[in-house]
Design a binder for this molecule. Structure first.
Ligand code: ADP
Ligand code: MG
Length: 252
């Protein structure tokens, strides 16, 4: 029996005014699968990721993540706040610029959503936070404030914070792009271990060696269209489409 995909996107479209940013995107990710989204700046990668988290509302199409399904466009019902909150809680998002709460300690950052959204008792949320801080290699930073941390440490806290909602999928939007080169490795190591633990992930990245190593599937986007997709080593080492080849040439 075929395993049902964890993420299923079909016919997804999004425009900002006259600008067609996503044009008929279709995408599936298997449970435990890792997909790397690559492509030039402005190709729609962030918008696609934001649609998966419903930070951006698509114009058309449907998205299913686990048991949660939404359809968009004429004849579909508007998003209820309740369903939206449940959906967001199930998709952990990690951004380029960490977005930690500066007024909360590291452990405060991680326990905030489980306590407010999931109504988790404080002691339980803190135990979970410590477990996650250990997982990302920062158990001794629990009481520090974000301003005291390096970029790599902040990003690892942001990953722990997203994991604290126990999401079914994790979305990473250029999670290492704002880091000094010597700090990239520690964040990629955490992402790699998540992948090995079986987390379903969609990763927007410019780290081609990492994508090749960790992703099962690479998707190359340009101008809101999926131009090429396939097994990571094939797309990266032997791209078939001239646009994919031209893009990847920048990384060799
Ligand atoms: P990428 O992440 O691949 O660089 P984005 O998804 O961020 O691409 O952006 C794709 C296009 O959509 C760009 O031209 C960008 O300027 C435009 N865009 C993204 N978000 C908005 C928005 N909220 N309003 C208007 N235009 C936007
Ligand atoms: Mg982007």
């Amino acid at each position: 029996m075929a395993i049902e995909p964890k993420i299923e996107v079909s016919g997804l479209r999004k425009s900002f005014g006259p600008l067609h940013v996503l044009r008929d995107i279709n995408l599936t990710v298997e449970p435990g699968g890792v997909v790397a989204l690559i492509g030039p700046s402005g190709s729609g990668k962030s918008t696609l990721l934001r649609c998966l988290n419903l930070l951006v509302t698509p114009d058309r199409g449907s998205i299913r993540i686990g048991e949660n399904r939404f359809s968009f466009g004429p004849g579909t019902s508007p998003l209820s706040k309740y369903k939206l909150a449940g959906f967001r809680a199930n998709t952990g998002m990690v951004f380029q610029h960490f977005n930690l709460f500066p007024h909360l300690s590291v452990i405060g950052n991680i326990t905030e959503a489980p306590m407010t959204v999931r109504r988790m008792p404080k002691a339980q949320a803190e135990a979970l936070a410590m477990e996650l801080l250990t997982k990302v290699g920062l158990p001794d930073k629990a009481r520090d404030f974000p301003s005291r941390l390096s970029g790599g440490q902040k990003q690892r806290v942001a990953i722990a914070r997203a994991l604290a909602m126990q999401p079914e999928v994790m979305l990473f939007d250029e999670a290492t792009s704002a880091l000094d080169p010597e700090l990239v490795g520690e964040v990629l190591a955490v992402m790699r271990s998540l992948a090995h633990d079986g987390m379903t992930m969609v990763i927007v990245t410019h780290e081609m060696a990492f994508a090749r190593e960790v992703a099962d599937k690479v998707i190359f986007m340009r101008d809101g269209v999926i131009v090429e997709e396939g097994p990571a080593n094939l797309v990266i080492d032997e791209p078939q489409n001239p646009a994919t080849r031209a893009f990847l040439a920048h990384f060799h």
